[in-house]
Design a protein around this ligand. Structure first.
Ligand code: ATP
Length: 302
């Protein structure tokens, strides 16, 4: 790892993707249309999003000593991600069972496996590396304790912290002031504050800003992004495309936004770029398989 790297700390899963005309009812069996085995996991997706765009990126995660683990590492390496610090543990590599309906809607069940073994003490072993990087990008498919510990460590070294709180669960209130960018969708925003009886998005956002979050980028699918920071609110439209599969829309946005910051771009430019990358991703099936290169994005813009 070196100065200026984006460091992604998170999950790696093998996505087992079934395409189907519709979802089965309880107790019903239906014949699906197709099956693919695609490398995924929110952490690995976001790392690969940065890597494929040409950003300098390292990944810390945990996988098993099994074939899925080998395949996931090789997919990350091929995409230009440094995986020297991925831990191989005595647990099966995580998987995600994903069904995708005809209109592009998806349903996902994650079995964490090795991801659940990524501990604070493993992160501490990499403290020297963590203090060197430009920004740390986290999601919530690894243990909550590890996430909180990593944020505290990064904050101590004034490293920019970007958290995509998915899948959302409540975080300790005092951690929010150590988060520079929080990237929830509307459902995740609600879940982060489920015990606080705040009904509107504005109330929820205000609470998080009061607790000290730097900037919130609320992702709203085809309705784009709203940026909230103290005293400022900006809307960014999504790019109109025909959605085939929205899997990894949020991951590609997070990776592309981090890439934009790494390039020294303004927040506005990084968000618009993120919208372009995510729009391209929803036109393709799968998670890592749908991530674009910088050339793909340039072509898409014209
Ligand atoms: P996921 O969990 O599926 O990765 P998410 O719920 O975290 O996604 P979304 O809000 O669905 O994230 O999408 C993230 C960004 O992707 C949006 O802000 C937008 O820029 C882009 N996006 C998502 N869906 C569409 C769409 N149908 N058309 C164009 N852009 C889209």
């Amino acid at each position: 790892m070196s100065n200026g790297d984006i460091l992604v700390i998170g999950s790696m899963n093998m996505d087992l993707v079934v395409q189907t005309g519709r979802y089965p009812d309880k107790g019903e069996t239906i014949i699906g249309k197709d099956f693919d085995q695609i490398p995924g996991g929110k952490g690995a997706n976001q790392a690969l999003a940065v890597g494929k765009l040409g950003g300098s990126v390292s990944f810390i995660g945990a996988c098993g000593n099994d074939n899925f683990g080998d395949e996931l590492l090789s997919s990350l390496k091929t995409g230009g991600v440094n995986v020297d610090n991925v831990f191989r543990v005595e647990e099966n590599t995580g998987i995600a069972a994903i069904t995708v309906e005809e209109d592009g809607d998806n349903r996902i069940i994650v079995v964490s496996g090795a991801n659940s073994k990524l501990s604070s003490s493993m992160i501490d072993k990499l403290e020297d590396e963590i203090k060197e990087v430009e920004a740390i990008l986290l999601q919530m498919e690894i243990p909550l304790k590890t996430i909180v510990h990593t944020i505290e460590l990064a904050h101590q070294y004034q490293t920019t912290v970007i958290l995509d709180p998915a899948p959302a669960q409540e975080l300790p209130e005092d951690i929010y002031e150590q988060i520079d960018y929080l990237l929830p969708n509307e459902g995740e925003l609600e879940l982060l504050l489920q015990d606080y009886n705040l009904t509107t998005t504005q109330e929820q956002v205000d609470q998080l800003l009061d607790w000290g979050v730097g900037t919130i980028l609320l992702t709203r699918g085809k309705n784009g992004i709203i940026l909230y920071t103290k005293g400022r609110q900006e809307h960014y439209k999504a790019i109109e495309v025909e959605a085939v599969d929205t899997t990894a829309a949020g991951d590609s946005f997070a990776g592309a936004f981090a890439y934009g910051l790494q390039q020294g771009w303004s927040e506005e430019k990084a968000i618009k770029f993120g919208n372009q990358v995510a729009a391209l991703v929803v036109t393709k099936l799968g998670a890592q398989s749908s991530l674009p290169t910088i050339e793909d994005v340039e072509e898409f813009k014209q």
